[in-house]
Design a protein around this ligand. Structure first.
Ligand code: NAD
Length: 486
């Protein structure tokens, strides 16, 4: 069994308390790793190491040198691609092709893209008149914020963690990362990569553990942390924001969603079915950008429901490394319990179960895994819990609509505002809806198509701030204006 340790000041270390927790395989319920749980001593050591590194070799690098080092990190991840794929598969149980096409390459790209952004983005400059006629010139400089706490979730662990570590380091900060307790493996591997390419010790630190009363809370409450970037549930964001209020620390939050998918009768039917299938069921529905509310224009409704049902019933359950597997388990027994409770609630609230709704038959060797059936419902009122609350499982409710105005109202009737996917061939309508739906990310005739230079984030209770491209620089640096009287 693997032993996973904290990574502090360039060294893998256990915990003074000796506390450990098990990492359970989502696929079959076996214990695959024993993880050191960081306590106050390790969190403090990690933050101190990160603070010291700000002013050492790391702080003395030029932007170009730092960017070169981060390209080296990306190249080393690519060289150890198979190790990262295996680790992420073991942690999440998700299929091989999801790792090789999206989760691991995007993790490597996060280091290259932000290294290049930092090198190529100009700061502002204003020349101003003064009463004596000589004038003054203003220009902006960007300084790193300092020690950044990175708190990340389990659903796309490597991609989401590097999405924050990449820009934070590119801007010259140092980081202390607290990965999800469910997915410790790839973050630990990244420590090995940092050492291999010569990133100075203390620049990248990892502490393992849980949220409340454990490493997560200890980190967010630590006075040596200058800013907190967090991806996870909206409720956790609320707790972290309270911790960040002490010392007025800045936060960047990527939180939950209850995203609408909208299909108009003029859509390319096959592409729309495929797109909604992906947006609702990829990663077993454990994608913040996923679609749990689908609205289909009435003339297409019956046909669409039948076609999506056929797609869903064709998924192949299995071990992630087995060829042909395209559907994995949920992350944990606890999450499975939550998702199944919504499956029951949907029926209690009067849903028609189009497909799924329970647990699947799986091979005996997978019986200990966290499997649930992909599920489609129809027939619920908009007030139903499964339409209002984020489930974060492989399920969606499909409802018909009649007019564009009606579907905009339906899509916006939520406390969340992360993303939407719209399927139409009417260009003017696509533009109108994109402006009218209150979300941070709109996809038209696509979903999860990401240019890392673009703004990413949620409105309403789906987040605070935007990351991606230059937007990341806004959070990971302090802008200072220099005014020089001529
Ligand atoms: P979570 O909020 O339970 O946990 C996320 C991280 O926060 C974990 O590392 C956890 O240990 C830590 N944590 C929990 N309580 C804490 C506390 N009080 N103080 C400090 N740290 C704490 O989320 P999850 O279940 O891991 O992930 C699923 C959620 O993440 C969903 O709501 C999903 O929508 C959201 N998500 C959002 C985005 C986005 O970009 N908006 C992306 C992925 C996931």
């Amino acid at each position: 069994m693997r032993q996973v340790q904290n990574f502090i000041d360039g060294q893998f270390t256990g915990s003074a308390s000796g506390r450990r927790f098990d990492k359970i395989s989502p696929v079959d319920g076996t214990t695959i790793a024993s993880v050191s749980e960081a306590g106050a001593a390790e969190v403090d050591a990690a933050v101190q190491a990160a603070r010291a590194a700000l002013h050492g070799d790391w702080g003395n690098l030029t932007t170009d040198q730092r960017a070169d080092l981060l390209h080296g990190v990306a190249n080393e991840i690519t060289r150890r691609f198979d190790d990262f794929v295996a680790a992420e598969m073991a942690d999440t149980g998700q299929p091989h092709h999801v790792m090789t096409h999206a989760f691991i390459p995007r993790g490597a790209a996060n280091f290259k893209v932000f290294a290049d952004v930092v090198k190529n983005v100009a700061t502002e400059s204003f020349v101003m008149p003064t009463p004596d006629g000589a004038g003054a010139v203003n220009y902006a400089i960007r300084r790193p914020k300092g020690v950044v706490a990175v708190i990340s979730p389990w659903n796309a662990p490597f991609l989401l963690m590097t999405w924050k570590v990449g820009p934070a380091l590119a801007c010259g900060n140092t980081v202390v990362v607290k990965p999800s307790e469910e997915t410790p493996l790839t973050t630990a591997l990244l420590g090995e990569v940092m050492n291999a390419v010569g990133v100075p010790k203390g620049v990248f630190n990892v502490i393992h553990g849980f949220g409340p009363g454990s490493a997560g809370e200890l980190l967010t409450r630590h006075k040596g942390v200058n800013a907190i970037t967090f991806t996870g549930e909206t409720g956790t964001g609320t707790a972290i924001m309270k911790a960040a209020a002490e010392g007025i620390r800045d936060v960047s939050f990527e939180l939950g969603g209850k995203n609408a998918g909208i299909v108009f009768a003029d859509a390319d039917f096959d592409k729309a079915v495929d797109g909604i299938f992906r947006s609702a069921f990829l990663n077993t529905g454990q994608v913040c950008l996923g679609t749990e509310r689908v609205y289909v224009e009435r003339p297409l409704f019956e046909r669409f429901v039948a076609a999506l049902k056929a797609r869903v019933e064709g998924v192949s359950f299995g071990r992630p490394e087995t060829k042909g597997t395209d559907y994995g388990p949920l992350i944990s027994a606890e999450h499975r319990k939550k998702v199944l409770s919504y499956y029951r609630k949907a029926v209690e609230e009067g849903a028609t179960v189009v497909t799924g709704g329970g647990t699947p038959e799986v091979a005996a060797e997978l019986a200990g895994g966290h499997w649930v059936q992909p599920t489609i419902w129809t027939g619920l009122p908009e007030s139903a819990a499964v339409i209002r609350e984020e489930i974060f499982g492989p399920c969606c409710h499909i409802a018909p609509f009649d007019t564009e105005a009606e579907v905009v109202t339906l899509a916006n009737a939520t406390d969340y505002g992360l993303s939407t996917t719209i399927w139409t061939t009417n260009l003017a309508r696509a533009h109108r809806l994109s402006a009218a739906i209150e979300v941070g990310i709109v996809w038209v005739n696509s979903w999860f198509l990401r240019d890392l230079r673009t703004a990413f984030g949620g409105s309403k209770q789906s987040g605070i701030g935007r990351e991606g491209g230059v937007h990341s620089l806004e959070f990971y640096t302090e802008t200072a204006n220099v005014c020089i009287k001529l």
